[in-house]
Design a protein around this ligand. Structure first.
Ligand code: SF4
Length: 705
């Protein structure tokens, strides 16, 4: 085994060399984070951590000077306190509001239940007045809450055709006043599938001040509480939904001054998801069902059967025409090996939907005018206005996708949802074929969107355990569009050289060779024999994972070990619980196990990665991204594919060592680390564990005397 570098000296250099802002400690942060400082009164066995203190200084300086920051903080840095304490202090001192956005519920819970209550205690030590005023809140989307009016209407039997859950609705209606927050998690008994969607908050079906429940509305109460909070915790999805709404003059969150994005390595994906258009026959039908099924409040107020009949007529025209266009595309995709396909040209030559949408909008507009004349601008009129803007949105999306608009900036693709193979495709009509087609369009790069919508307006601090490749932030900064920023690479306090061994065997077939999969199976058996369980096997392909699992299943049983396969219907948390409880388990995981999984201590002693996690080249968005870079004269491999893979690999590696006491091995079964020029680049980006090429070193390291 080779020592690659002295971890202490390497990290020291990184810490001092890459912190691009002044490192002058602020007195207030020092009084909080120092040994026997304020924080030590509330944290058991408190040990000051230099990296945490430096991070807190940088966060405070960034907020005060309104300059963005990128902070890579390794596991064990204590980054939550590193940003939450300066954020709370700054918000109170300057009368500002800070959003903390996370990717996972686990981190949200940890912040709300552990770190932020302690932040409140620390803040209370700084000022009696602040002890009174400091508040933090969790913001959830409207759809997480019960709409009391919708529930009552359902209980009163006013929603035609939706009353099949009678007893449970009555039970909930009786119980609802006892709920404190009125969110879904608070309901003390299970609801039948689909019921919650009929009673959840819905902006398009809210009567606002005219609602009989306005004063007791759970959503209004939650929004009011946010107004009194200096720190608001959200997830990335809600944060970017709010950002999009702000462009349309609406919002979910109250005004804020700065945002701290933890788990920031997921921001590009989250932003892309929020900006992605999706059209299918089901989505189109949903818009009409709001009217024809009387799901919107304004429709029930109008009680106009004529209107319903006309809307149904327009729906039939639109859906029939769309099915004629979608069906041949779906049939074509059913013949292909891939069920997704990146478009290279418009789907239709002539856009012929304008008359249908004009009829639709005129129908609603005429009705709206009539109601406004009779009753003035009431909630019914406002509901119709919202409905009109939804029609316009659908029309815009449809035109954008069918005509392949803005193709330089947007990737547009079609996907086929395969169904039961036993179905006889020959007998299906256009509608059935068409309803299996999904059309998407997503921005190829989100940097210009974030520049304009976020970075020009707010101070943004992004942090994660994985933001750099070879100590450089430029990949992430370029992808996100953050042009001017302070940065810091705060090391993990772990001694990787002592705590971990990285094994990269040099006798591995290339992943493209036929022998690779049988090698993988044999190597994984050899590794598991050495570890005797407590091992993660991480894959980049579900089909490969399933094949290897099938090959190893009975072998594992003979060894008295439990194989846990991440399959459909099994949650990540259930898998982790079973893994911890077993003590002799081997977990087969894909995507979601490469990151965000925390198994500290001896429960996990080995992480095996089957391949370097390069993005799948046939994925439409990956293809559009690489093609765009090539068009701009860049090298898509060095500028996108490789750094993307390194960040993912760092996440995978990060599953192993979670505390100073953890020990274990990481194995990468990809020979390209030895044979390709970029291999050294990959190794240099990983934590400085000892390096070996010999699988025998796993047992030697784990079970040495
Ligand atoms: S105010 Fe809107 S969301 Fe709240 S109970 Fe009334 S209708 Fe429902």
């Amino acid at each position: 085994m080779n020592a690659r570098s002295s971890p202490a000296s390497r990290w020291n250099k990184i810490l001092t060399g890459n912190s691009t802002m002044s490192k002058k400690p602020t007195n207030i942060m020092h009084s909080i984070f120092k040994r026997q400082g304020i924080l030590s009164q509330f944290v058991a066995n408190y040990q000051p951590r230099r990296a945490q203190f430096e991070m807190a200084n940088l966060v405070l300086e960034s907020l005060s000077s309104e300059r963005h920051a990128l902070i890579e903080a390794g596991t064990g840095t204590g980054k939550s306190f590193g940003y939450a304490l300066p954020a709370a202090y700054w918000a109170l001192k300057e009368e500002k509001r800070v959003i903390i956005s996370t990717n996972t519920i686990t981190l949200q819970q940890q912040l709300l239940e552990k770190e932020l209550p302690m932040v409140k205690q620390v803040i209370s030590e700084l000022s009696e007045e602040w002890a009174e005023t400091f508040n933090f809140e969790l913001a959830k989307g409207r759809g997480n809450y019960i709409c009391r009016r919708r529930l009552q209407e359902l209980a009163d039997d006013r929603l035609a055709g939706e009353q099949k859950h009678g007893p449970v609705i009555s039970r909930l209606a009786k119980h609802v006043s006892a709920l404190e927050k009125g969110d879904r998690d608070e309901i003390p008994f299970p609801l039948p599938p689909g019921l919650f969607s009929l009673i959840q908050g819905d902006a398009d079906d809210c009567m606002g001040k005219q609602s009989p429940f306005h004063k007791e509305c759970f959503i209004q109460n939650a929004r009011r509480k946010l107004q009194n909070a200096q720190i608001i915790v959200v997830n990335h999805a809600l944060f970017f939904t709010d950002l999009l709404l702000r462009k349309q003059g609406a919002s979910i969150l109250p005004h804020y001054d700065a945002v701290i994005m933890d788990e920031a390595h997921r921001v590009e994906d989250q932003v892309t998801n929020q900006y992605t258009y999706h059209i299918s026959l089901e989505e189109v039908n949903k818009l009409f069902l709001r009217v024809t099924k009387r799901r919107a409040h304004w429709v029930r107020e109008l009680d106009d059967n004529d209107l319903l009949m006309h809307v149904e007529g327009i729906r039939a025209r639109l859906v029939t025409r769309l099915a004629e266009i979608f069906a041949p595309l779906a049939k074509g995709l059913a013949e292909r090996p891939q069920n997704e396909y990146l478009l290279k040209k418009p789907i239709v030559r002539d856009y012929s939907f304008q008359p249908i949408f004009a009829d639709f909008k005129n129908l609603i507009r005429d009705k709206r005018k009539q109601v406004e004349l009779e009753k003035g601008e009431n909630e019914t009129v406002m509901g119709m206005d919202r409905y009109l803007s939804q029609i316009e949105q659908l029309e815009g999306m449809l035109k954008h996708i069918l005509l392949y608009e803005n193709a330089e900036e947007w990737a547009t693709w079609v996907a086929f949802a395969a169904e039961d193979e036993k179905e006889n495709n020959m007998l299906q009509d256009d509608y059935t074929w068409g309803s299996r087609l999904h059309l998407y369009s997503a921005p190829i790069e989100i940097n210009s969107l974030l520049r304009g919508d976020l970075f020009e307006d707010k101070t943004v601090i992004m942090t994660s355990a994985t933001l750099t490749t070879q100590g450089d932030f430029s990949f992430v900064a370029n992808r996100l569009g953050m042009d001017d920023y302070g940065s810091m690479q705060a090391p993990s306090p772990f001694n990787y050289e002592e705590q971990a061994v990285l094994v990269v065997p040099d006798n591995v077939p290339a992943p493209t060779e036929a022998a690779f999969e049988s090698f993988l199976s044999a190597a994984m058996k050899e590794i598991v024999e050495a570890t005797r369980g407590r091992t993660f096997l991480l894959f980049t392909s579900y089909s490969q994972m399933n094949r290897i699992y099938e090959d190893m299943k009975s072998w594992l049983e003979r060894l008295g070990l439990t194989g846990l396969l991440h399959g459909p219907g099994v949650s990540r948390d259930q898998m982790l619980q079973a893994f911890r409880a077993s003590g002799k388990a081997v977990l087969f995981g894909c995507d979601s196990f490469w990151e965000g999984v925390d198994v500290p201590g001896d429960d996990l002693i080995c992480v095996v990665m089957a391949k370097l996690p390069f993005p799948v080249p046939s994925d439409p968005l990956t293809r559009a991204r690489t093609e765009r870079l090539e068009r701009k004269g860049q090298n898509s491999f060095t500028d996108y594919t490789l750094p993307f893979s390194i960040l993912r690999l760092k996440q995978g590696f990060g599953r192993l060592i979670r505390t100073k006491k953890d020990r274990g091995t990481v194995v990468i079964l990809d020979t390209r680390i030895h044979t390709k020029r970029y291999g050294q680049h990959v190794l240099d980006s990983l934590p400085p564990a000892r390096l070996s090429t010999n699988l025998d070193d796993i047992g030697r390291f784990l079970y040495r005397a």
